[in-house]
Structure formats: C-alpha cells, structure tokens
Design a protein around this ligand. Structure first.
Ligand code: GLN
Length: 455
C-alpha cells in the first residue's frame, strides 16, 4: 500500500509506470496469509517489484512501449515473471522504456518519456529508464530490466541505482520481447548490490524454454554480495582499467569520480592495472549493424495479423497495404530507422560488407576481453560517459545518442556480465555517476562480491 500510495503521489511527475497493477494488494494479502499459515517463504516474499514492459505478463498489458502492441495482454508469463510469482514477490506494474528497448533516454517511448527523479528536466537513461526511475524514486524497491547494449547499466548510472547485466544465457529470455536475440539479457535493478543479488537469485538459472539458456548451476549471488560486505574482499583483486573506456569525450566530473574510485580501490588493497582493448573503438559501429539486423528480423512478426494494432486503409486494401498502414502508425521513428538499417545491412550484396564485417569485429572484441582478463580479475570503467542529459539534447542526433552506450556495449557483444553501481555525484552538476565492473563469462558472483565491497 505504501508503494502504491507513493506511486500515486509522484508518478504523475516521474512517469516510471505504463501500467500499475490492480492485483498488487490482493497478491500481498495472499503472501501474508501464507506466512500466517506457517509456509516457508523465500527471502523476497512480499517484496514489491516493478517489471519492464518488454517482459510478458499474463495479467497486465505488455507493449514494449510501442503503439503496435497497445493494450496487448500476452497469453503467458515470461519465465522471469513466473519465477517472481513463485518466489512470492508482488508485481507492482509495468515500467516505461524506449520503444522496443531502442534508445538511451526513454524519449523514444510511444507513451511519453520518464523523468529522472534527481532532476525532472533530465532523462533517466534508457532504454530501461522506467525501472531505474521507479527504484530511484522509491516507487519500487526492486525492478527488472533488459540490457542489449546497456539498458540496465546506463539508466542505473544516471539515477544512482544498481543494475546488473548477467552473463548471456544466465537468465531466461523466454517471454522477453526480443530486440536483438544474441545480445539481450534480463537482469535486476535495485538500490544496493545485495538487493540486486537477491533478485538475481530468484530470476536466474537454466530454462529449457530458452535455447540459449546455460545449463549451469549458479552460486547464490546474495551470498556473493554478503562476502563483499564483510572482511577484506578487495585485497589482492586485480582491477583492470580499460584505457579505451575513459577517454577525452567523457564528462570531467565522471572522470574525477572514476579516478577517486580507483584510489579508494588501491587503498583497500586492490591491484590496479591498466589494460588495453584496442577493438572496443569499433564496438558501437559493429553493434549498430548487428542489433538492427537482428531487430529487423525479430520485429517482422508485427505484421497487423498476429498482434495488437491493425489499421486498414480507407476502403479496405490488400494484405500488404494493411501491413504498411499498420506499421506506419504503429512503429515510431527510431524503430523504423533501425528496421531500415537492419534490412539494408542484411540485403544481398551488402551482407558480407556490413553484417559479416560486424561479426568479425565482434570476435575481435571477444578476444580483447580474453586478453584483458588474463591480466585482471575484473575490468572497470565509468558506466556511462556523462551524467543524465536534458530532454531533447540528443533526440535529433541519433549518432550522439548511440555514442552514449560506448562503455556498455562491449560486454553485450562478448556476452560477459557487467554491473553498474553508484560512484558519487559529479561535482559540476550534482548528478549521479556510475561505475561499471565487468567479469569473465559465468563469473557473475565475482561482480556481486567486488561490487558490494566497493559500494
Ligand atoms: N541504448 C542502446 C540502444 O539503443 C541499448 C539498448 C538496450 O540495451 N536495450 O540500442
């Protein structure tokens, strides 16, 4: 009730939610009743959680912030949502995002942007700005996000929250509306590393319904976080500073907080080593070929027949005319831009030059990670090059918007886990900055330990 009241009070300004559940109180009452009957419930039983609108929910619309899915209620729960329910968390509602998770500011939502609770004139990051803002504004203690190129970590950075992108395959994508299937990963957003670990423990693990799900049995990430909170967890840890992810274009206050963080790490006994990842420079370019290529294929199913919106031209029209008319009004400009980019990159005669080259760059980036992790246990960088920018600042310049993801994209291309944690406020504007920590494939637990120790 307290969270619903707070949503009622602040969400008119923040607009973190696209839909607030009308079942939350009843669900909470059921959990209370089960507890009263002596049921043994998990550590997050009864805790409210907000869910990014890219995840399918049986009892709430799931639109991915697109007009083409307006009002659509899926016939099934995403695996992560089912797991939330089984662990007795209480879904509070669906959070706003850039349409189909394409963006870094939530300005591409078809339902209007989310505002950053730190400064309502500024963006909350994206694409998962709604989840991060909900957590940051105390509308929800926990949220789920999805991260294809930074959509959990960058919103966390600019709202002072914690956000984790798990190892690719560590969390099920079943029921997550796909953007780019080889990059997408669902993960937790929270106000502390331990809280994120508790939520990751609930949603993670093998899912036979996702063919890319890893068969691994994972350690408890909450325990990993607790190990970081006690004792001397940073002593002897080799922390690699990625030279290419802290360059000239980064905001001064972000760089300042980052170098102070490195000093604190050294004082705590970590060994700071500089590492170079020469191909990270090409990560954004490769990403903006691979992502649109996969997205254009994934979005082909929105054909006016199977889902949601259908717009018929006056007097009827052929199947193709109905499809075109529906997509014309159903998809926003950024979605159209990426579908066109993707189909172009995949077209005969261009495939090798664009998509093929991008895949080769992807391999080189994976090798850069391998070389860097031979020298360091974890890699660090700022989680975003700037603090939250103002609405409209990058809206007419897609390239400037794309470059905001320079720090987060490499981890998606390689599948490695990355966590964003608060790094203090930038002196020049008083806004949150974020630290990104990355680990080798499957070493998510290491991020919780190191992250909790730094936090
Ligand atoms: N901002 C990036 C993009 O626009 C990342 C999106 C994401 O992680 N979903 O593609």
């Amino acid at each position: 009730q307290a969270h619903l009241d707070h949503i009622e009070a602040v969400d008119g300004d923040v607009h973190a939610f696209l839909h607030v559940s009308d079942a939350a109180l009843a669900t909470a009452a059921q959990v209370d009743a089960a507890r009263g009957d002596g049921a043994r419930l998990g550590p997050l039983a009864g805790v409210p959680v907000a869910i990014k609108d890219v995840l399918c929910t049986l009892d709430m619309p799931s639109t991915a912030a697109s007009k083409i899915l307006e009002g659509w209620i899926p016939p099934y729960d995403a695996t992560v949502v089912r797991k939330l329910r089984e662990a007795h968390l209480v879904p509070l509602g669906k959070t706003n995002m850039d349409e189909f998770a394409m963006g870094s500011s939530t300005e591409h939502s078809a339902y209007g942007p989310t505002r950053n609770p730190w400064d309502l004139e500024r963006i909350p990051g994206g694409s998962g700005g709604g989840s991060a803002a909900a957590v940051s504004a105390y509308e929800a203690p926990l949220a789920l996000g999805s991260d294809t190129g930074g959509s959990i970590r960058q919103p966390a950075a600019v709202t002072g929250s914690v956000g984790m992108k798990p190892t690719y395959g560590g969390v099920s994508r079943y029921g997550a509306i796909a953007l780019a299937s080889s990059l997408d990963q669902v993960g937790p957003v929270a106000r502390s590393v331990l809280d994120a670990g508790l939520l990751h423990d609930v949603i993670g693990g093998h899912d036979p319904r996702d063919s890319t799900s890893l068969p691994d049995v994972w350690p408890s990430f909450a325990d990993a976080a607790r190990a970081g909170l006690t004792g001397d967890a940073l002593r002897g840890v080799r922390v690699g500073v990625v030279k290419e992810l802290n360059g000239e274009g980064f905001q001064a206050g972000v760089r300042q907080r980052f170098s102070e963080t490195l000093e604190l790490l050294a004082e705590a006994g970590a060994e700071i080593v500089e590492v170079s990842a020469p191909h990270f420079e090409y990560a954004v370019s490769a990403y903006y070929l691979i992502l649109p290529a996969e997205a254009s294929s994934n979005l082909a199913k929105f054909d006016s027949v199977r889902f949601g919106l259908r717009v018929a031209p006056e007097g009827g029209g052929t199947v193709e005319q109905v499809m075109a008319a529906t997509r014309e009004v159903g998809f926003g400009d950024e979605v159209k831009r990426r579908i066109i980019l993707g189909t172009y990159a995949l077209s005969a005669g261009y495939y090798d030059a664009y998509y093929g080259s991008a895949q080769k760059v992807r391999t080189l980036i994976q090798r850069d990670f391998d070389a860097a992790f031979a020298q360091a246990d974890v890699l660090v960088s700022p989680a975003a090059p700037t603090t939250a920018f103002k609405f409209g600042e990058k809206l007419d310049d897609p390239l400037a918007m794309y470059l905001n993801d320079i720090t987060t994209i490499p981890a998606n291309l390689a599948g490695v886990p990355g966590i964003g944690i608060p790094m203090g406020l930038a002196p020049e504007d008083g806004l949150p900055t974020g630290l990104q920590i990355m680990a080798p494939l499957r070493q998510d637990a290491r991020l919780y330990t190191v992250g909790a120790a730094i936090e």
